[in-house]
Ligand binder design. Sequence first.
Ligand SMILES: Cc1cc2nc3c(=O)[nH]c(=O)nc-3n(C[C@H](O)[C@H](O)[C@H](O)COP(=O)(O)OP(=O)(O)OC[C@H]3O[C@@H](n4cnc5c(N)ncnc54)[C@H](O)[C@@H]3O)c2cc1C
Length: 380
Amino acid sequence: MKALIIGCGMVGPAAALALRRTGVDPVILEKAAGPRESTGGILNFPPNGMAILDALSCGPRIRHNGYVKVRYADDKRGATDRPLYPFIAIRRNVAARVLREAATEAGIPVEFGKELTGIHLPAAGGVEARFHDGTTVTGDVLLGCDGVHSATRRLLLPNTPKPRYTKRTYVTSRLQTGVPSAGRDSRLTYRTAASSFISNVSATGNAFWTAILYHPTQFAVTQHGEPSPKYWSAILEAEFGDAPAEILRLIRQNPPASSHQVYELPPLSRWFSGSACLLGDAAHASTPYHAQGFALGLEDAVTLAACLKKHRGAGAAFMEYQSVRKARCDYVVRSARRAGWLRNPSTHTQKFIWKLFAQFYLPILDAEAARIAAHRVPVL
Ligand SMILES: Cc1cc2nc3c(=O)[nH]c(=O)nc-3n(C[C@H](O)[C@H](O)[C@H](O)COP(=O)(O)OP(=O)(O)OC[C@H]3O[C@@H](n4cnc5c(N)ncnc54)[C@H](O)[C@@H]3O)c2cc1C
């Protein structure tokens, strides 16, 4: 069986590795002209995601290039001393490189400059994918791992809802190493009416900061069209102008390095049609408050590979995959959304609820986050 995997971001290479273990021949087709080394930001990988990276033999390299960070329970003033679970924190572009290299080392072809523009699903089965460069590629199944603004989703399920900009933009500094630490993870948090600033220094001296900004303006994300670090520095200085001097010092010392607009995808009624199917953010993009987006994509990848191994036809495999995965993904997306508006309330109702009920809700959300991270899917 030949699988066309659309997208070489985070989930595409993981899906290819999982499929290869079941005897499927994957080929990865990515629209970017070449590997993107500059996409910054820090990703946290929770234990459920790490268990799958270990099963795909990528765990050791992710640990080697990242570092351990602990998620602590929250209270109204910020993080408490009560650990919930460990994460592996790693730069996004480094994690993407580890996965891509693991795929090429396994002999999986990765073709760049292949922007999917059309899908034909012949009645007799199989799939034909058309690309912007005028070429076509045929396969037995097509897996859309092309992210929140998925072309596969648009082509396959044209009447599904579009992703919604959540009016939040994450701005992060670069990762500094060798920073003096207190020998344990420490966190500095500051909240304004609708935005927050969190700086982390790990026990091992890795430091970075993240600002979750209420930013209603959407900007075009093109290679040259993203707002510059200077633009974000001015916004951060205005937003956190009343913060303790320590926060402004951190922003000036280690200026913004990357920004990500946060989109959420309303739940889809289905994830597949004929011989083509969606995985990862293309199927269920979540706000990042539980840091579970990629981990859910990894769970999709191994589950789908197991379903394709078990069933002969794509239809039965995709049906089982969707019925096993959808309820969990919808639940995590809902839980992350609640965590988001509770921690960063923007409307009057949300602020009112925060004031009255945060102390009761926060432990519930922390317990949900711990349960989500403790979940394990069977791996191949
Ligand atoms: C601010 C922020 C912080 C986050 N933090 C975390 C975290 O700490 N932990 C975590 O697990 N998750 C986190 N996430 C979520 C995580 O980034 C996503 O869940 C993950 O990147 C999804 O992987 P993906 O492969 O589905 O999509 P992507 O990583 O977006 O990759 C999609 C790929 O498809 C390609 N593509 C797009 N269109 C086409 C086309 N037409 N043809 C061919 N290729 C195409 C793209 O170029 C890209 O390479 C965060 C998200 C945000 C926004």
